[in-house]
Write a new protein. Structure first.
Length: 106
């Protein structure tokens, strides 16, 4: 069964605007980094390693900075099964996604 969590990533963006700061962004790692070939462990909501709302907000801002349509946590060097995707100001965060069906040839 899927679970849906709603996080308002605008909170982090608005706090940066109030203090006249640029939104925080992550650095991207090198494309040959080992973490990009590893299976990421599931995010532990019972003992979260980061504030999910703030982390998702920073991923979104990083994605926007690099003009991407999506960005995963491991592309920034974090071993979390989280990614964001979207365009303009409409982004969705996916945490612990699972492929439930594959379409096409393998």
């Amino acid at each position: 069964m899927s679970e849906v969590f709603n996080y308002n990533t605008e909170d982090v963006k608005q706090s940066a605007t109030v203090t006249n700061q640029e939104p925080k962004v992550f650095d991207l790692i090198a494309e040959d980094s080992e973490i990009l070939r590893q299976k990421m462990p599931e995010f532990d909501f019972d003992n979260p390693p980061v504030n999910v709302n703030e982390f998702a907000s920073i991923l979104v801002e990083t994605c926007k900075k690099h003009h991407g349509l999506g960005l995963s946590a491991n592309q920034c060097g974090f071993p979390y099964r989280i990614f964001v995707m979207g365009a303009h100001d409409d982004y969705v965060t996916f945490i612990n996604p699972k492929v439930i069906e594959s379409v096409g040839e393998t």
